[in-house]
Design a protein around this ligand. Structure first.
Ligand code: ZN
Length: 520
């Protein structure tokens, strides 16, 4: 789909769905006082006013986090009073707010957050005392750098509630963040936090054209992991029919997909590819036998080539979703219909990109580690949190007209990178090479072992059946091609093992792409 500027016709689905695209006003300028943007139908109104966000200093007091329900009609507002206005601002407006009022909104929310944590969070009370800081020293967004960077180790060290900034009785939800070692990270939510997290998911889904009438099958794990429940709440808020399928049980997933005519799914990209295998094994056509039109893929790093593959198999649009439990869960940044970078919702998050070695900011457009500050979280605001994810900010605005800046697809986590023969290797780079090659199947695995004192990398990759045509030279030639492509992209030359489709183990959640057996 072409991606037109917002001032062109409504090809970019808006809250309320594609059928309401004609109600869009031109949005090159702030549209707070434009009536036309709200559509006029029940779905349009529900999508807009139900998800309105609070503005300015009105956030974060714990009592007004739900300003902007269906009962609070929106009306013309004085554009000179945008930030302090107590009325809700619909997402369509917030998403296209000019940079100056957007940054003013960020500053107001940052100051409010800082005031609250300095007074209430045990961790931050200590930080402000140790660093001899007071909340009134934060008058510009850049003042955030007066605060230290924090890491997941800080969260673990202050487990379970060292970051809690509200009385326990205001907490309505606990999630934990997945960790492979040690204690998990405990993430608390107030009712307002759950609401705002859901609002953001609803915003993301509406942006990609989901609307009431869609059937949403949520195929990621529920429970302590934020991905399931937060997406669920967001989809309900937007008015979709939600099937809380959770992860696994592929036969039941297929039954639900077919019986209820599922149109939108949320799943990991590796599971999307696995599911296609199963469909085909059962003699079903992923395009003809399903009604799918949208997929949200996330929770594991993946390449654009993988996305393209998912889209081609199912005949759908697949959107990249980014989030982390420490920042509400999913919905932190999301692709718009341009599918070129993820809009990070800057009314809720302050973005920094730092050099992971020095901690200093890198120039806009340069790659570094994503550092996020939550601007609207109540229970557990985190300031300058190192996500471990490597990305960069697109310097140019998005053709869709949204003013919230775009993050490049995550190159992977700093933690995922491994060193092989002195070279830093990102599994996502290898995946990009593999998934861009015709003949390569849907699953692969990188195995690192040690032979004597020498590290060995083996890439085990499933290939299409037609390659097993009985000709060994053909296979060997293909093997060499794969090896050369990986070498060209990653500067390392792994051994390549070609396997028939279905040979590698499958998971229904996050796939294990790298088996590092060198320490064992
Ligand atoms: Zn965009």
């Amino acid at each position: 789909m072409a991606c037109f500027p917002s001032s062109m016709s409504g090809t970019d689905p808006m809250p309320g769905g594609e059928s309401h695209a004609h109600t869009r006003a031109h949005t090159d300028t702030p549209t707070h006082n434009q009536k036309g943007i709200r559509g006029g139908t029940a779905t349009g109104d529900a999508a807009d006013t139900g998800r309105a966000v609070t503005t300015g200093t009105a956030t974060g007091t714990g009592t007004n986090s739900r300003i902007g329900t269906d009962s609070s009609p929106t009306h013309d507002r004085d554009t000179t009073n945008t930030i302090a206005a107590p009325e809700p601002m619909a997402d369509a407006e917030i998403e296209r707010l000019d940079r100056a009022p957007l940054e003013a909104l960020q500053l107001a929310r940052l100051q409010e957050t800082i005031r609250r944590v300095a007074a209430s969070s045990p961790f931050y009370r200590q930080v402000f005392s140790d660093e001899h800081l007071t909340p009134d020293q934060f008058t510009h967004l850049d003042d955030i750098r007066k605060l230290p960077l924090i890491t997941k180790e800080d969260l673990r060290a202050h487990y379970p509630d060292g970051f809690l900034a509200v009385p326990r009785e205001e907490v309505v939800r606990l999630h934990t963040s997945t960790g492979t070692t040690g204690k998990p990270k405990a993430i608390f939510f107030t009712r307002g936090d759950v609401d705002r997290a859901s609002d953001l998911i609803a915003r993301c889904m509406a942006m990609t054209g989901a609307h009431p009438g869609d059937v949403f099958q949520n195929m990621v794990g529920y429970g302590l992991f934020t991905g399931g429940l937060i997406f669920h709440y967001g989809a309900e808020k937007l008015g979709l029919m939600v099937i809380p399928a959770s992860a696994g049980n592929t036969e039941r997933q297929l039954e639900l997909l077919r019986d209820f005519g599922t149109t939108v799914v949320h799943l990991t990209p590796s599971y999307a590819l696995y599911l296609a295998d199963v469909l085909e094994q059962e003699g079903l056509d992923p395009q003809k036998d399903l009604k799918l039109r949208l997929a949200y893929i996330g929770a594991e790093p993946h390449s654009d080539e993988t996305r393209t593959k998912v889209e081609a198999i199912y005949g759908i649009r697949a959107y990249n979703s980014y989030g982390l439990s420490e920042m509400n869960g999913p919905g932190v940044a999301f692709e718009c219909p341009c599918q070129d970078g993820l809009h990070i919702w800057e009314d809720h998050y302050l973005v920094e990109i730092i050099d992971p070695d020095t901690g200093r900011p890198v120039p806009e457009g340069e790659e570094g580690e994503l550092v996020l500050t939550s601007l609207t979280r109540e229970a557990m605001p985190l300031l300058r949190y190192r996500t471990g994810d490597l990305t960069y900010i697109y310097p140019e605005p998005c053709p869709c007209g949204r003013t919230h800046r775009r993050l490049a697809r995550m190159r992977g986590r700093v933690d995922d990178m491994f060193i092989y023969h002195g070279v830093n290797v990102f599994p996502s780079e290898i995946e990009r090479v593999l998934m861009g090659m015709p003949g390569i199947g849907r699953n692969y695995q990188i195995v690192l072992t040690r032979e004597g004192s020498r590290d060995v990398m083996q890439v085990r990759v499933e290939v299409e059946r037609y390659l097993f045509d009985g000709s060994l030279p053909h296979l060997q030639q293909f093997q060499r091609q794969v090896q050369e492509k990986v070498k060209a992209a990653c500067l390392v030359r792994p051994r390549i093992e070609l396997l028939e489709a279905g040979s590698l183990p499958r998971t229904t959640g996050k796939a294990t792409r790298v088996l590092d057996q060198r320490q064992v």
